[in-house]
Structure formats: C-alpha cells, structure tokens
Design a binder for this molecule. Structure first.
Ligand code: SAH
Ligand code: SF4
Ligand code: F3S
Length: 477
C-alpha cells in the first residue's frame, strides 16, 4: 500500500508505488564501521534518493544494517504528499525515540519531503531527532553528522536550483539485480493546487544527459536489464550542454537510452498530460525496448475540477492525448492517478471521473481521496468542503470501477503471447517465476530449467485476474 489513504491496484512498481517503509540494505563488509539503518517512504524518487544517501554515507565510514537495534544512526526518508503519509512517519519516529531512550548515543535523522516541509519545527516537535536534511542537501550529511557527534543539532533544508547528484553513483540497495531506477530530473515547476511537491522538492532541473547514459550503461554491464527514468514530469526534461551546442528533450533522451542495448528495457514515469508530445509517442513506437506503457495521471475527469486543480488541461485535451497514444502505439497500456472529493466536487463531476476510467481503459490506477496540505494553493484559496464519508464513498466507487476495468483489459490478454523479463520467483511459489510484459503487467508462469532473473522469455497468457496474469513459456530468447 502507498499509505492508508491510498488504494493500489496491480502489481507494478513505478514512481507512485514502492514498498512503504522498506529497509534498504546491501551486502558489504561492515565490521569496524558505524552502522546506519534507513527506512524510506513515499514515491520512487525518494527510494532512489535513499540509494544516493547510502552512497554518500558509505564514502564516510558508515555501513548498512537491517536491524535498527544494532544501528548507530537511524534515518527515515519521509513523504508529505498526504496527511496519512506524515502520520506514518511520526509513528515510526516514536518507535525510534524509544530506542534512543535506551541508547542515548543513537542518532536519529529525518530526510526528505517532511524534513523540507517542517524544517526546524521537526527538531522542536520531535525532541529526539538529531538531524533534519532536505532533499537537496544530502551532500552535507557527513558534516551534519560530525556536528551532531559534538552534540549540535544539525539542519540543512536549503533547496537548490542546480543539485542533481549527477556524479554520485547510487548504491543499489536490496536490488534484484534486474531492474533499477534512474532519476533524470528533480523538483517540479508545475503548481497543481493540491500538491506539496513543488514546496518540498523545489524548482525543476534536469540532469546531464551523459551522466544518465553512463549510469544506464553501467547498469546494463552489471547485468541489469530494465531502467525506469524518473521525474515528477519527465516530458519537460530538457538539458543543454555547458557550451550550449547540444539540447536534449525527453524524446531524444529516451532514444539515447534505448540505443544503449536492445536488451535493456526502458520505462519512465511520470508523464504529464499537458506535456507529453507526439514525438515521445513516435519514439516509443520506434524502439521495441521502450515499453508500451504510459502512466498518465488524469486526477479528475471533470474540466471544472481540473481547472481548480490547476492541471492546465481539460477533459477534451486529456481525451485527445489518450486517442493519440492508442493511435500511435495501439497496444499501449495507460494507467492513472485519481483524486476523489477535491474541493467543491459535485456528484456529477465525480461521475465524469468514473466515466473516464472506462473510456480511457486504464490498466490500473492509484486512487486517493483529497488530503489538504498546508501552504498549497488549494489550502490557501479553496475550501476542503467534501465530508470524509463522501470522499471515501466516492473513492470506493472509483476503486470498484477500476477493478472491473483492470479485469476487462487483462482478460483481453488471455491467449496472447508477450515478451517478459524474468524478475525473480513469484510471490506464491518457488516453482514459478514472475516478470512483466512491456505493458507493465505482472505475469506468473512455471519455471523452466536454466532460466534465471534477467532472462527474456515469450509467455502465452492463460488466465487473468484484475491484478495479474498467469501464463506459460512458449519460447526462450
Ligand atoms: N508528478 C506526478 C504526481 C506525483 S504525486 C503527477 O503530476 O502526476 C502522486 C500522486 O499523489 C498525484 O498524482 C496525486 O494523484 C496524489 N496526490 C498529490 N497530492 C495529493 C493530495 N493533497 N491529496 C491526495 N492525493 C494527492
Ligand atoms: Fe505535484 Fe503537479 Fe508537480 Fe505532479 S506535476 S509533482 S502533481 S505539482
Ligand atoms: Fe515523493 Fe512524497 Fe516527496 S510523493 S516527492 S516523497 S512528498
């Protein structure tokens, strides 16, 4: 689950879904090192940042541990997107604080979006927190830790216009060795009225194209077979070389990553309906290894609500983008994010969101009810006037509609053959592998000898539920 406020469908991992509270760990010798323990919450970008933090700490004499009891330093990489996400972190801080009472030398640090949103308030409210570090200040972590050693509480929540951590090679923590995330940009320049991200992550900036290519190439050489390019709004990626001679947009970046090797699959998230261009769609259709899957959050199916949300597109524009996707990439899967019960939403407007799920044929959606975030444009200008019971009832209706739609689109796959990248054992049985097809659907299928994670196979789908597919291998590639 994303958090208690959210409902997830499907078994995929993208910018919105990561195992909340996952403990990151990697196998390196740790004797003689101070030990850190890190838990991550929120979106894939936060998880990706934890890998950067681990890399910085590893350079400064810290080794990872899976057990918080044996840690000298506990870090929690936090999310502010909804109130429940922050509540979860506060509960975890209580657990860490009780450990610190028994072991006063233990240091506790809050990283990420909550650190940025609450700043020094966190040190005041959570007395046992030693350091607070915002998303653009991780390079300062060793310095803040050294100061904290001397009893000084450390805080750095400066946001940057340049920081992309381009030169830091993230430690791939607890990885299956097959799929990895690559952050291609940071921050967000949109001002969706409900959203806290522009405040917690700062201005949008794109990372050096060639550092992205180098990271993806290195991953491929180390055996990885899939990369997901991450950004809050990947379609507005733009990088200019320092001499001004070369400009790279998102379609061109996708192409460059796809050309690294035909066996390296490329995914990306998240696309913004106002910015996704036909050039991107044609690039996806041109390269077999760019997956035919687009996460295109609609948020609401109603134009008045979209305008209040400041999404800068309306229902017709969104529908035209979906039509272009299905025209240029006929077998593309599209998924979405939906918010129910936004300020002043009527029952009729809610119906427009329900009908959009059916019309756009989403393979899955992440669905939330609106949670007002302090300081956002919606909190300042609009009234959060939909009672919680109504928000929840509408959310349930949206979830039910999406479950039906997911089942319908998955049943259409029965009998079809897909290229699948093996990711590991299926959740249910060691006799089965799991892997995803290009459309990002998880397929479970019986193992065959000599196959391993990272191999590609052709799989015929034999049955489907709303959450996953079952199949059998027809060919080994
Ligand atoms: N950059 C992405 C979204 C990142 S946040 C995009 O523009 O699509 C992930 C999702 O959380 C959003 O798409 C939205 O559906 C949800 N979300 C953001 N703020 C929220 C809030 N205040 N209440 C409920 N859901 C919210
Ligand atoms: Fe938030 Fe909108 Fe930016 Fe997405 S595009 S991170 S929803 S402000
Ligand atoms: Fe991600 Fe949550 Fe921050 S969704 S950008 S960790 S507020």
């Amino acid at each position: 689950m994303y958090d208690e406020n959210a409902t997830l469908l499907g078994l995929k991992k993208d910018i919105n879904e990561a195992k909340q509270g996952e403990v990151l760990y990697f196998n390196t010798p740790t004797s003689g090192l101070r030990k850190f323990y890190i838990e991550s919450y929120g979106c894939a970008m936060n998880f990706s940042d934890s890998e950067i933090v681990a890399s910085i700490l590893a350079e400064h004499g810290y080794g990872p541990t899976r057990e918080m009891e044996s840690a000298d330093l506990i870090l929690v990489n936090t999310c502010s997107i909804r109130e429940k996400a922050e509540d979860t972190v506060r509960n975890r801080l209580r657990v860490f604080n009780s450990l610190k009472k028994k072991k006063p030398a233990l240091m506790i640090g809050v990283l990420g979006c909550m650190a940025e949103r609450l700043k020094s308030k966190l040190l005041e409210q959570e007395k046992l927190v030693d350091i607070v570090v915002g998303p653009d200040a991780y390079r300062d972590l060793p310095n803040l830790l050294a100061k904290a050693d001397d009893g000084e509480k450390g805080i750095n929540v400066l946001l940057s216009r340049e920081e992309t951590y381009a030169d830091i090679s993230p430690l791939r923590l607890d990885s299956n060795g097959v799929v990895a995330y690559i952050s291609i940009m940071r921050g967000c320049d949109n001002m969706c009225s409900f959203c806290v991200v522009p405040f917690t992550r700062g201005r949008e900036r794109s990372r050096d194209t060639y550092s992205i290519i180098a990271e993806a190439t290195d991953l491929y050489e180390r055996g990885f077979r899939e990369v997901t390019l991450l950004g809050q709004n990947v379609d507005s990626y733009k990088w200019t070389s320092p001499d001004g001679a070369e400009r790279v947009n998102f379609a061109q970046l996708l192409e460059k990553v796809a050309l690294i090797h035909p066996n390296l699959r490329v995914r990306f998230s998240t696309s913004h309906p106002k910015d996704i261009t036909d050039e991107v769609l044609y690039t996806i259709s041109k390269y077999e290894n760019i997956c035919n899957y687009i996460h295109l959050p609609v948020q609401s199916g109603n134009s008045r609500i979209l305008s209040l949300m400041n999404r800068t597109y309306d229902r017709d524009w969104y529908m035209q983008r979906v039509e272009s996707i299905y025209r240029i990439i006929p077998d593309c899967a599209i998924s979405s994010d939906i918010i129910t019960g936004f300020c002043s939403e009527t029952e009729d407007e809610h119906q427009d969101t329900l009908s959009m799920i059916i019309w756009a044929k989403y393979s899955m959606s992440y669905m939330f009810f609106y949670s007002e975030r302090p300081g956002t444009p919606a909190a300042k200008k609009l009234v959060d006037d939909i009672p919680e019971e109504i928000k929840k009832r509408r959310l349930q209706e949206i979830v039910d509609a999406q479950v039906h739609m997911s089942l319908d689109v998955n049943l259409l796959d029965v009998g079809k053959i897909f290229k699948v990248l093996i990711e590991g054992d299926s959740k249910r049985s060691e006799m089965e592998f799991k892997g995803r097809n290009g459309q990002n659907k998880m397929i479970n299928f019986p193992k065959k000898e000599n196959l391993k994670p990272g191999d590609y196979v052709m799989v015929r789908v034999t049955s489907a539920t709303s959450g996953s597919l079952k199949g059998e291998i027809t060919d080994i590639l």
